[in-house]
Design a protein around this ligand. Structure first.
Ligand code: C5P
Length: 403
């Protein structure tokens, strides 16, 4: 099973240079198991040919409402009735203005208007020049389209085809794909604020050295993505890792345990759930040297005085909000052996209702993991699977504990 197995999607293209990205997006949807029916406006066909989209989607493309291929000549009804979702990427400023008024003078707008509102979600991926994006008319139109039930996605920032720089680029194909996959995930954390710590910390010894650990941050990032897919507002406090931010997740980068502590504490008062996946260094040099420490010829390593770092999870779990049940805290235990006993002891020591155990050397850097859930009732083993699928399972499990 892939993320979009058994899903039938209508991919609409309106006119804009971002049509070139729609080709790759179409391919990504097909790769994730979806069947894709492409519908283009005449303006879109000026930017990219229907032949390209036909080859990528493996289906002939619809452009005109007068297309005689459909026996009843009602392509707008037939296409919208069989879809699990309609995604318009790119959605031009003009196309959104048209949708807003319920106008229907071409096949794509006709189909959007004719879609069953309750069962076929409409996703719009805006793409336009930064001035067009910032214009009050566009912003007003998007607010009204949202109120009318459309999922209007955000835009990227950067260089534009017109040579200007700013907001308004269509999201990248991978970001669009994440949004579409999220659309079909159960919204078990809708409206919840989720705070996640992830990755290692780095404790400086001098300006060029420090201690850290092998955590890649992948499990925490997968959980951030899964929590966002489940409808939560997600804040991810990340130590030094080389991972892209999951779409829709608010990320704060930190380096040391003290910085991670400060960032987590700053966000904690609004959180309903804290998942501590970070591998926080237990100790830091009491004082980092201001200059690089040199060999002194004695053959001995210079002595470093170590100071214990604050335990972020234990501190939050003991806070009044956690104790009253307003904040649910989940810990991760990365062990090298005796997982069950170690994780059980750690759950009690940290004072959390749920501790998730995994074998450190088997998970660090890997895309797969196996988990052991420990709560006051006992333990449950989850066999090896991708970190994303375990993260989705864990989010669903935690959501049940929250209600
Ligand atoms: O004590 P240990 O590091 O094994 O505990 C693991 C759990 O505690 C993880 O959830 C980790 O994120 C959290 N932790 C923390 N602050 C620390 C040490 C660990 O939040 N200083």
């Amino acid at each position: 099973m892939t993320d979009l197995s058994n899903k039938h999607l209508v991919l609409g293209l309106s006119g804009g240079i971002a049509c070139y990205k729609a080709a790759e997006f179409c391919r990504a949807l097909v790769k994730q198991g979806a069947t894709v029916q492409v519908v283009m406006t005449e303006a879109a066909a000026q930017f990219i040919t229907p032949v390209t989209m036909q080859a990528l989607s493996n289906r002939t493309v619809f452009v005109s409402q007068w297309d005689a291929r459909e026996p009843n000549n009602m392509a707008h009804i037939n296409l919208s009735r069989e879809a699990d979702a309609i995604i318009v990427a790119p959605a031009s400023a003009d196309f959104m203005a048209k949708l807003l008024h319920g106008r229907a003078d071409d096949l794509l707008s006709l189909m959007c208007l004719a879609r069953p509102l309750d069962t076929v979600p409409l996703v719009l991926a805006p793409a336009m020049n930064r001035e067009m994006w910032a214009h009050p008319a566009t912003q007003r139109n998007m607010a009204q389209l949202r109120a009318d039930g459309a999922h209007v996605l955000g835009v990227g920032q950067g260089e534009q085809a017109c040579g200007e720089t700013g907001d308004g680029r269509m999201l990248e194909p991978e970001e669009l794909l994440q949004e579409v996959v999220a659309l079909f995930q159960p919204k078990v954390l809708q409206g919840k604020q989720v705070l996640i710590s992830a990755g290692p910390t780095f404790e400086a010894i001098d300006p060029v050295r420090g201690i850290t650990n092998l955590s890649s941050g992948k499990m925490g990032f997968a959980l951030a993505r899964a929590a966002h897919e489940a409808g939560a507002q997600v804040t991810l406090v990340a130590g030094p890792v080389a991972l892209p931010t999951p779409n829709g997740v608010q990320r704060t980068d930190v380096r040391s345990a003290l910085q991670m502590h400060a960032a987590v504490m700053a966000h904690a008062p609004r959180a309903d759930l804290f998942i501590a996946t970070a591998a926080v260094a237990d100790w830091r040099p009491a004082q980092a040297a201001t200059e690089k420490i040199k060999k002194d010829g004695s053959g001995h390593m210079p002595t470093v005085v170590w100071q214990e770092n604050p335990d972020i999870l234990a501190e939050l779990a003991a806070s009044p909000r956690a104790q009253s049940g307003a904040l649910f805290c989940v810990g991760f235990a990365a062990e090298s052996q005796d997982l069950q006993a170690q994780a059980q002891a750690k759950r009690l020591r940290k004072g959390v209702p749920l501790m998730v155990g995994n074998i450190g050397p088997a998970t660090f850097g890997a895309d797969e993991n196996a988990l052991l859930l420990i709560d006051p009732q006992g333990s449950t083993e989850w066999p090896r699977a991708s970190k994303l699928s375990l993260a989705r399972q864990l989010v669903a499990d935690i959501a049940r504990r929250l209600t």
